[in-house]
Design a binder for this molecule. Structure first.
Ligand SMILES: Cc1cc2nc3c(=O)[nH]c(=O)nc-3n(C[C@H](O)[C@H](O)[C@H](O)COP(=O)(O)OP(=O)(O)OC[C@H]3O[C@@H](n4cnc5c(N)ncnc54)[C@H](O)[C@@H]3O)c2cc1C
Length: 261
């Protein structure tokens, strides 16, 4: 058995098209706003969300909408106000894509329950026939880790025994797929797999809150603890209201001041 740790890597994020934004701002007579903000706010994600929100009231400057007599100039004030009012729909404009590596199928099954605002690609056990079977040992089983390892080795042995009953070199790709899919039925939920997961920031705030809660499973808490740290580091205004509490098992809970925006 290969023992591993869940790993989170940020692999993509939303970028603005500067020429397009410039053209749009000309249409709105709001070039002054853009020229000011593009140096003060180098973060594309936060800029796009602010730009989209300001379109709703034409609040790029006083006078563009005769009903607006004052605006929040500062991006931090603007976005904090959005969060405090629960106007989270504009957070859906920007997404982040993560690779979750060495996560169990227990964990991925929980992740896919979050439907709104996500995109998912998971390594297929119909197409991919595993060779080594890797596991993360949960803290509650550390005291019996050798027995845990023996059980995993036993299952792995049975898996490869069954696998060896088939003449893989003579099978078509379709036949291999069918048998690989049938064989996976004896593999444990705890085996490690990989997933690419994309979510918008409205969803991310919610899933971080839910899945780092002390009542969540420890593995998903480890994964979303890493997601939270990346989001707080890379989108400081959007996650400024999150506070971190260390939990006795070494994981952390991340609690927003404004829940479910
Ligand atoms: C600690 C913990 C324990 C859990 N235990 C269990 C369990 O024992 N059994 C079990 O089955 N599940 C369990 N779950 C999973 C849970 O029930 C949810 O399915 C999961 O957390 C997804 O969250 P969500 O419903 O907020 O959906 P998301 O897809 O994350 O949606 C976000 C929000 O969008 C809105 N929304 C999304 N879809 C719809 C819709 N179709 N209609 C209306 N509004 C929508 C809702 O307001 C929702 O909260 C558990 C989750 C946690 C965190």
């Amino acid at each position: 058995m290969t023992e591993i740790e869940p790993v989170v890597i940020k692999i993509a994020e939303t970028r603005v098209d500067a020429d397009g934004v410039r053209k749009l701002m000309e249409q709105y007579n709001a070039s002054d706003w853009y020229n000011r903000i593009k140096t003060a706010q180098p973060n594309d994600t936060e800029l796009l969300i602010e730009l989209s929100g300001r379109m709703c009231y034409k609040s790029y400057g006083v006078g563009l909408n005769p009903n607006v007599t004052k605006i929040r100039e500062d991006s931090r004030d603007y976005l904090t106000n959005v969060l405090s009012k629960g106007d989270g729909s504009i957070l859906e404009h920007a997404t982040v894509t993560f690779a979750f590596l060495n996560v169990s199928r227990v964990c991925t099954h929980e992740i896919v329950r979050h439907r709104a605002g996500t995109a998912i690609s998971q390594e297929s056990l119909r197409y991919v026939r595993p060779q080594a079977i890797s596991f993360w040992v949960p803290p509650d089983l550390r005291s019996v880790s050798s027995e845990f390892e023996e059980s995993v080795q036993e299952i792995t042995r049975h898996y490869h025994e069954l696998e060896s009953k088939f003449d893989w070199d003579r099978m078509t790709f379709e036949e291999k797929k069918r048998v690989t899919s049938a064989l996976r039925r004896i593999l444990p939920d705890g085996m490690a797999t990989n997933m690419v997961w994309t979510a918008n920031h409205r969803t991310l705030r919610w899933v971080i809150e839910m899945r780092t809660d002390p009542s969540a499973e420890v593995e998903i808490r480890k994964v979303f603890g890493q997601v939270a740290e990346i989001c707080i580091r890379d989108y400081p205004l959007l996650y400024a209201d999150f506070s971190r509490t260390r939990l006795p098992d070494g994981t952390s809970q991340y609690t927003p001041r404004y829940s479910k925006v």
